[in-house]
Write a protein that binds this ligand. Sequence first.
Ligand SMILES: [Fe+2]
Length: 428
Amino acid sequence: MEVKSLVEPDRVHKSVYTDPAIFEREMERIWERIWVYCGHESQVPEPGDYHAVQIGRQPMIMVRQADGRVNVLHNRCPHRGVQLVGNLKGNTGQSFVCSYHAWSFWLDGSVRAIPLAKGYENTRLTRENPDCQVKRAARVDSYRGFVFASLAADGPSLAEFLGEAKVAFDDMCDRSPAGEVEVVPVCHRVVQHSNWKFFMENQLDALHPSVTHQSTGISAARVEKRLKAQGTTPPLYYHMLSAFASSFEQWDAVQTINFPRGHGILKAYMGLRPQDPDTLAYEALLKAAYGEQKTEEYLSRSIHHVLVYPYLSVQSPLQQLRCLRPISPDKTLSEIWHFRLKGAPEAIYRRSLWYYNLVNSPATMINADDLENWTKGQRGLESDGGDWVSFHRWHGDDRVEDGVTYSNHGTSEAVMRSQFQAWSTYMA
Ligand SMILES: [Fe+2]
């Protein structure tokens, strides 16, 4: 398969969204080699706590070991291959016990006991045989509490892989007076009936909100206006929705920064820094923790979305994280998480919760409108109605410096062009 011919600087062939052979190659060349987000350390606070997680085609387990470290293991008993855990999460105690023949393993994957061991005497399967261990992810590392694993023993370190996109986690954690976040252990899981690329392209697509989200944005703006006219301050959550009705000119004025490896940032457009008593109390806590200057630096970072290509969308100012787990060319599981700023007042957490429920939840009018586009997009690309997908908008207009592409227009399709550049490099 000549993958190179499918990606041109300003357009891509539809098969990159639909071809099962390409999907398999993506799993092998991308997901099963790069650093994949597993979860947050606070999801597994106690020894024995685990979360099942999918890395490419591999069912894995993120588990807190007895020594406090977080490990990532293949969810497979070395005896007859049965999955060691069947639930999404839980606590397994001191060891994993296979439900088939009760082989048991310590939390680091080493064998604890093989029942009725006499039957293995004089066979080549002894406890010392490495085949008796649960296979581990080749590498596990974390950044500010966010745990990643790579199934490849070599390749860039986590820090190298994240590059400039690590600001997603810095921006989230720095907004906490304690410098840390903890997961809210509720996760919306949505199966999108579209290729994973639709989601990644859409995240920094500043052209679509004034079309796709127009009805929601305008309705919220109307209520906001009416409340103001009545002399009431509209609750902040109306602003979260009315921001989607920003004019085309406003969207075009924001910048996207597109890094090597496909990562990217959509700079801020919401200016979420009201001067109400809750915000002021929160800012006072930050100033006590970090001083005036650092607080100002942390709160004025110009970020709306950070993408860690090819699977994470982080809205750090509101502590939102969405993670993709591709299932097939036309099916993608998205996990929608949000976090609590440790040490911040409850009122600040409520804002994160509003955004989670109003914008990112599958029940909202925002996410639902996007989901519809992606499903229809997938169907269109599966048809014989045309072969190419266009990313021509402002092609040739962006500014490139040291491998980083800065759009001169928020609505430039530089985002998608940059993502496909990274994709081609991975796939070649
Ligand atoms: Fe959208």
